[in-house]
Design a protein around this ligand. Structure first.
Ligand code: UFG
Length: 331
């Protein structure tokens, strides 16, 4: 099977490419390296290019007989999307349509799409299942939802079958230590705490302690990158085998929430084993943060046969810490 992984040099895409390659699939990576890294695309054939380049896309699809496409290339910073929505609609919507259109022209009918919990907006209830209304409150979430909607129509009109996977909080790192998270700027909680512990950052700031949760800090559903990728692999197989068709969407999380304070406590214990400490500062609430975001992933388990292997937060943090130590050159 030949698979095009767009955004395969990024955090999630690179882990996906590794899993696919290890499973014997042939992988071509298309990445513009705007947030990805050449070094992370070490398991596939890397083509450096952009989805805006329709000539390149046409050539790529003529050169390769792709069986399926996985799409991870997107802008994904909620705050940035509010300040610069044009960037989000252009890259996340318009460029994705370029990709879908070249797939239709070349009769490539299997598509896995990175979507997000941000398509749900402010939760009306938790855990959030697929029946929860999708009412995004920022351009990032809106841009992802637009593609989900387009995929429904592409399925009906062109027979393009897809699975959109809505991630809650992706985290952790390759258990073998080859790959991990490197965003610049980093905005995600776990890598930021670990950078504070490794000395690459002065401290971690807790964004608000006055939320209506047990300890006052926000609760999130942290899902290990390997588990996220295994759900993609299962979804792809189900499409290829014809077990799933149309345009489907599944929520991916562990169904268990941890507060910011709980994450900090887990990290403190783990980094103490390396004699590292952590400075914690108090900050204001960050705009747009819901108090509690937890997934109900029952449907993904049922339809895909998915079972997370690394649901435990301690394991997630251990893998992420091993990667951070590598970056910070801690022995
Ligand atoms: N947080 C801090 N301090 C920090 C960074 C984060 O306290 O320095 C808190 C946030 O306020 C939030 C929690 O840690 O309560 C997690 O924040 P992240 O930025 O790691 O992740 P988010 O939950 O904001 O983002 C995730 C996905 C997005 C998606 C969003 C949906 O990463 O892609 O959920 O709301 F859009």
């Amino acid at each position: 099977m030949v698979i095009l992984v767009v955004g395969g040099a990024g955090y999630i895409g690179s882990h996906m490419v590794k899993q696919l390659s290890k499973a014997g699939k042939q992988v071509v990576v298309l990445d513009n390296l705007s947030t990805g890294f050449r070094e992370l695309a070490c398991y596939g054939q890397l083509v450096v290019g952009d989805l805006a380049d329709t000539v390149l896309l046409e050539r790529l699809f003529r050169e390769h007989q792709f069986d399926a496409v996985m799409h991870f290339a997107a802008c994904s910073l909620v705050g940035e999307s509010v300040g610069d929505p044009a960037k989000y609609y252009r890259n996340n919507v318009s460029n994705t349509l370029n990709l879908l259109d070249v797939m239709v022209r070349h009769h490539v009918r299997h598509f896995i799409f990175s979507s997000t919990a941000a398509t749900f907006g402010e939760p009306e209830y938790t855990p959030i299942d697929e029946a929860h209304p999708q009412a995004p409150i920022n351009p990032y979430g809106a841009s992802k939802l637009m593609v989900e909607r387009a995929l429904q129509d592409y399925a009906t009109a062109y027979g393009l079958n897809s699975v959109s996977l809505r991630y809650f909080n992706a985290c952790g790192a390759d258990p073998e230590g080859v790959l991990g998270e490197c965003h610049d700027p980093e905005t995600h909680l776990i890598p930021l705490i670990l950078q504070a512990a490794s000395g690459r950052r002065k401290s971690i700031t807790v964004f608000g302690r006055d939320y209506p949760t047990e300890d006052g800090t926000c609760i999130r559903d942290y899902i290990h990158i390997e588990d996220l990728c295994s759900a993609h692999a299962l979804a792809l197989q189900a499409l290829v085998d014809g077990e799933l068709s149309g345009a489907l969407g599944f929520n991916l999380g562990n169904g268990q929430g941890y507060s910011v304070q709980e994450v900090i406590d887990v990290v403190k214990d783990i980094v103490a084993e390396d004699s590292c400490e952590l400075a914690v500062e108090e900050g204001e609430r960050r705009a747009g943060d819901p108090a509690r975001l937890v997934a109900d992933a029952t449907q993904a388990k049922k339809a895909l046969g998915w079972q997370p292997q690394y649901a435990d937060l301690i394991t997630i943090v251990r893998h992420a810490w091993a990667w951070e130590k590598k970056l910070a050159r801690i022995q």
